[in-house]
Design a protein around this ligand. Sequence first.
Ligand code: CTP
Ligand code: MG
Length: 166
Amino acid sequence: MLPAYVPNPVAALLGGGTPVDLGKNYSDGNRIFGDGKTYRGLFIGILAGIITGLILIWLSGRFPPASLPEHTLLSVILLATGALLGDLVKSFFKRRFNKERGTKWPVADQYDLVAGAFLLLLIGDPAWLFATMTLPVFLIILIITPVLHRATNIIGYLFKVKEVPW
Ligand code: CTP
Ligand code: MG
């Protein structure tokens, strides 16, 4: 899951500039995505996730894992892209529910990346998804995702990268 976990914090660290929605509003008068979703965050975040995956592929070649599933270039691209597309889609619905940028939206804020990554894998490489995501693996992902999310956001808040600790 590292290629899916890395893009969000990297976007928070290095994102900014032109928002994906170019500042435009939706028909309900709220922003389409908001200022928290930028092109730079999207591209650098996805790139960082893909580089993470390439490092994992290189590592598994040097130190073959006993049981961990092997990544491919495709699985890595789908995980990284899906994570930030999930985040983007979540922000779209957040704005439709009149939630300002940066406000808390429990469950959605934590699992958007998992939903996005799994959905893209389902479309782009279902064989990899079903071979890899056994029930125990899936349960572990469900448990560690909110823990990692909270931990990285607290660290980001302490280092003043994020304005709020969630
Ligand atoms: N970020 C970005 N581009 C993205 C995603 C994130 O630039 N595609 C940066 C923004 O600076 C954002 C920060 O990462 O403020 C934290 O991301 P997130 O918590 O997802 O955004 P929020 O600002 O909380 O906005 P939202 O309410 O829409 O989730
Ligand atoms: Mg947020």
